[in-house]
Structure formats: C-alpha cells, structure tokens
Design a binder for this molecule. Structure first.
Ligand code: DMJ
Length: 622
C-alpha cells in the first residue's frame, strides 16, 4: 500500500506552507508522533500484506479447482501476481458461461435424453472409480514373501510308487495339453468335440481351467506350463465383466487358485489379481444381515439368490465357504474388510438356534432366519463343515470359536445323520425336517478325509473313534466305486429298497471326474500309511484311463453301471485342480505340502497356515 496515502489523515492541512524551522515545540512533538506512527505502519505493512493477499484470494478464488490451477497450472508463474489473477478470473468467467450454455442446452432436451445423459455421466464416474480401485490394487502394501516348506516334493524311493506318481503327471500332461491345444482361454474343455466350454457359474470371466490348474502345474514341477499360464493370467485374466457369477465358485476356484499360485511361486501378479477379484466380490455382502448373495453381477454389484433356494435363501455351503480365502485376502491386502465380512457370518450363525444342533442348508439373508430344515454333509452343506475345521487349523489352532463349532457340528452329524447299513457300511444320510433320506452323495465322501484331518484335534477320548469313522466312510465310498461296471463312483448312492452303496435313479448314475473319494484316500494314506488307500487310488487311476481318457483329454461319463462309457464331453476344471492333485499327493511323500504348514481349500488349493509366530516360517531353499 503506498505510504503517501496515509499522510492527509495525520497532518494538519493549513500547515502546508509553513517552514519546518518555524514550528513550535508542540507542533514539533505532534510531527514526531505522526512520523513515528508512519514508520510503525510501514513495518506493520510488511507483515500484514501477504495475509491480506491470501484473504483476497480466499474471497475471490474460492473454487478448489481454481486454487489447484493457480498452484500447479502450466501458466502460473507467480500465483499472487496481477497477471495470474486476471487469468484465473477469466477462467471463472469462461466456466460460468459454459455452465450457462449447458444448462440452456439441457432445458431444450427431452426427459429421455436428460436421463440418458445422467446414465452416461454415472458410467463415467463408475469407470473412474474402478480405475481408482485398480490403482489401489497396484499399490498393495509391501508383504515379505516366505515360501512355506514342501511347495515341491522329491521322487519317492519305492520304484512302484515313483512309477505311479509319474503316471499321474503324465495324466496331467494329457489333460493340460489337450486344454491348451483345443480350448486355451476358455473356462473348460470339451474333450470329445475338442473345443472350449463354459458354464454360467463364471459369468464371462474366462480361463477357469488355467487358474484352477496353476498350483497343480507348480507342485508337479511343470514349470514351462506354469509360465505359460502365468503369462496368460498377466495378459488376459479380466474381472471387469458385466456378468453375474456364482460367488462361491469364483471364490473357491479363482480366488483360491490365485492365492495358492502366489504362495507357491511368490509372483506378485497372483496376489494382485486375487485381491482385485476379492474386492469385486465384496458387494455380495450388502444384505441386511451380511449373509452374502449366491449370485453377483460384478459390474453393477447387484446380488441375488438362486431362484430355486427355499424362499430366497442363501446356501450354507456357499456363504460358509469363503472364510479361508477371505482371511488370506485381508492378510495380503492389509484390508480388514474381508476378514470382518466372514467373521460376521459366524456371528449371525451363532445367534441362531440349531435344530438338534444341525445347520440347515438354507438361510434367508434378509430376515436372518433358517429356510427349509434340510441338512446335508453333501451338496449344499459340505464345505461349510470343512471350513470350520480348516479355519481353526489355518489359524495355527488359535481360532477356538471355529474349533468348537466344528466339533459340535460333527457330534450332531454323528447323532442324527450317520448310520450303518445292514451289512455294516457306515454312511452319512440327509435330513429333511427330521426325516432321514438314506442317500449319500459322491460329494459327501470328502467327509472321510475331513474327519481324519480333525481327529487329532478332538478330545483325546474321541480321536480313535473319529479315525475309525473316517476309515469306515472311506470304505463305503470305495464300495460305491467297486459296485459299478466302470469302477467309478455314481453321483449319489442309496441304502434303501434292498440296495447298499448303489445308485438307483438314472439321474444319479453319472460320474463327472469328481475328486472327493480320492481326496479321502489321500488323507487316510497320510494319517495311517495303510497301503490299501494307495491301491484304491490306483484302481481309480486305471478306471479313469480306461473309461474317461479320450484323444482330446478326459471326459465324465453318463452312467457308471453301463458296460461301455457314454461320455458327457466335459473336462471339469476341478479334475486338474483336485482329482489329479490329490492322486499325485497320494503317491508322494508326506513332506510334500505337509499338513502342519498347509491347508487345502475346498477346491484343493493349498493355503499356508498363518503361523502365530512368523519367525516360525523357514524360508525354503529352492
Ligand atoms: C469342487 O468344485 C469343490 O470340491 C466343491 O467344494 C464341491 N464340488 C466340486 C468337485 O466335485
């Protein structure tokens, strides 16, 4: 501010012509006062001016966008300069004019056009925030990678076991090679028609076989194939799809497969992809209770349940089979949401009364009440029980709540569902509102392995009993194979109407390369080293080779009681993820993916135990 402008307020006007020498003492004194006031003001102004310029810019340039421009814009030499202020004012004027023109335009539009504009704008914002999400995934927190022990194995000493193990690897080569040749990038292979196949479980996500097979390729040391798969994942695996997927299937196969591939190989791309997909699944939990929907549109985030599920219910085996993967997602992303979502599922379940201590297959996500009282350790229920036990094991046996829930549930299953046939075969029946259906699914056969895995953690007086139960279930499931023409197990077998371990309904006679029986042989072998489990596994290998192997891969069969196979023309992705992996481990030594360091998710994807003390984890030398 110019100093001269202050003078008229302090000097007396009629003294203008008077010489300074003729001033009286009082006048001199006044002059001195005025002068010293002037000097004080000059100094004050030095401190005062910058603040006032800020104040001014606050009054005139209050738009944050403009503030940003004045700080960082290409033409902002000196932000406080008059030239810069003019430019900013000009910009504001221009923006206002533009806004006025747009408003005028909008007023001339039809309502439908306006609606479309709003939709386009929304889409733009959604895209931007998706890109923002992608950035988050790209900047995941640093996680020190430790490869848990036993990621790869070594050759068995015994020549026969080695030969058998080699044979399983050869089967994997045929399954993978055929998929690569005829269906690369599709979800699954049609081995007879030699083309790709996709079920609607994965929406338009592609590459289910690639992701499901990654860890099997790794543990079998098929590294050239693993690298080709990694390359495909890096370049092509895309979750930005406008399609509805099964939350459960995508979780166990894709999230599980990616997590295992990360833990086995240490490749960051797998951690990134797993977290990216996990984040896309989170909207499924937007229900009044937090019990997730079964189906989710990955683009809109809108979920719903299977239309056939009792009164709009979610399914026990679906919402109850997220825990292992989601705990690891929180660990690898630093985002606690994943863990909170699955812990909340438990909370809801623990508030509910359980009929006879059993968990019904249906639960309404809106009301938080059970649907129909159907209970099964096979389809619709199975992996919920498996995940209770494995949540405890994966927490390095610290998750006491999961432990209690598992052993309580197993007790209720034993009391209400486990039965013995007249010839002494133990089976697990299904329960419908208090009535037993004496049928056991191929899926239920996984329970032999689960019970064996949990036996050692049970109260000491129960360990032996549970090992016996597990062995009996393994025997029953073996019988369901042995009593067919093709020596492969039916989808479900019954213990009524004079039959035992045999399918009686045409629509239960198929075999789709499922793993559960072989899974149980693998666990039983590890815990007992009884050679019969390897023999039973080898019988299954021979049957697979004889009846399911075709030139273009491996196919399921429509009727295991027919003397010649009628192929269904699908090579399921779980054949590579589970069936062949469990067979390979059955003929491997116990230190290959040892149980004290790894748990398998329900799709046989190994996930490391989260050790209480991280220093426990030795770094394996490759
Ligand atoms: C797999 O996808 C999983 O094992 C799931 O838990 C049940 N069914 C299939 C294989 O049969």
């Amino acid at each position: 501010m110019p100093v001269a402008t202050l003078l008229p307020f302090t000097a007396t006007p009629n003294r203008k012509s008077v010489s300074p020498t003729s001033f009286r003492l009082t006048e001199k004194f006044i002059l001195l006062l005025v002068f010293s006031a002037f000097i004080t003001l000059c100094f004050g102004a030095i401190f005062f001016l910058p603040d006032s310029s800020k104040l001014l810019s606050g009054v005139f340039f209050h738009s944050s966008a403009v503030e940003t421009n004045t700080r960082t814009g290409s033409d902002s030499g000196d932000p406080g300069s008059a030239g810069s202020d003019d430019r900013v004012l000009a910009k504001i004027r221009k923006d206002h004019e533009k806004a006025l023109l747009e408003a005028k335009d909008t007023l001339q539009k039809w309502p439908d056009e306006i609606k479309q504009d709003i939709l386009n704008e929304k889409e733009k914002v959604a895209k931007e925030s998706a890109a923002q999400g992608g950035n988050d995934v790209n900047t995941l927190p640093f996680v020190e990678y430790h490869r848990p022990p036993g990621a790869t194995g070594h050759e068995p000493q015994d020549p026969e076991t080695k030969e058998r193990r080699d044979k399983i690897k050869e089967m994997m080569k045929h399954a993978w090679g055929s998929y690569r040749r005829y269906a690369w990038g599709s979800n699954e292979l049609r081995p007879i028609s030699k083309q790709g196949h996709s079920s609607n479980l994965f929406g338009s996500i592609k590459g289910a076989t690639i992701v499901d097979a990654l860890d099997t390729l790794y543990i079998m040391e098929m590294f050239e194939e693993f690298d080709a798969a990694t390359d495909w994942v890096e370049k092509n695996l895309d979750f930005n799809v406008n399609a509805e997927v099964s939350v459960f299937e995508v979780n166990i196969r894709f999230v599980g497969g990616l997590l295992s591939a990360y833990y086995l190989s240490g490749k960051e791309v797998y951690r990134r992809k797993a977290v990216e997909l996990g984040e896309k699944l989170l909207p499924a939990f937007k229900t009044p209770t937090g019990i997730p929907w079964a189906l989710l549109n990955l683009k809109s985030g809108i979920g719903r349940n299977w239309p056939w599920a009792s009164g709009g219910s979610s399914i026990l085996a679906e919402y109850g089979t997220l825990h292992l993967e989601f705990m690891h997602l929180s660990k690898l992303s630093g985002n606690p949401d994943f863990a909170q979502k699955v812990m909340n599922i438990r909370k809801v379940l623990n508030r509910l009364d359980k009929p006879q201590g059993l968990y019904p297959n249906y639960l309404n996500p809106n009301s938080g009440q059970w649907g129909q009282h159907h209970v099964s350790v096979g389809g619709l229920g199975d992996s919920f029980y498996e995940y209770l036990l494995k949540a405890w094991l994966m927490s390095d046996r610290t998750d006491e709540e999961a432990k209690k829930m598992y052993y309580d549930a197993l007790q209720a299953i034993e009391t209400n569902l486990m039965r013995k046939s007249s010839s002494g075969l133990t089976y697990i029946a299904e329960w419908k509102g208090g009535l037993l259906e004496h049928k056991m699914g191929h899926l239920t056969c996984f329970a032999g392995g689960m019970i064996a895995l949990g036996a050692d953690g049970a109260a000491s007086e129960k360990t032996g009993h549970q090992m016996e139960q597990a062995a009996e279930i393994a025997r029953t499931c073996h019988e369901s194979y042995a009593r067919t023409a093709l020596k492969l197990g039916p989808e479900a077998f019954r213990f009524d109407g004079g039959v035992e371990a045999i399918a009686t309904r045409q629509n239960e006679k198929y075999f789709i390369l499922r793993p559960e029986v072989i899974e149980t042989y693998m666990y039983m072998w590890r815990f007992t080293h009884d050679p019969k489990y390897r023999e039973w596994g080898w019988e299954a290998v021979q049957a697979l080779e004889q009846h399911c192997k075709v030139e273009g891969g491996y196919s399921g069969v429509r009727d295991v009681y027919a003397s010649t196979p009628n192929h269904d023309d699908v090579q399921q992705s779980f054949y590579l993820a589970e069936t062949l992996k469990y067979l390979y481990l059955l003929f491997s030594d116990d230190d290959h993916l040892p149980f004290d360091h790894w748990v398998f998710n329900t799709e046989a994807h190994p996930l490391p135990v989260i050790k209480k003390d991280v220093t426990d984890i030795p770094n394996e030398v490759e």
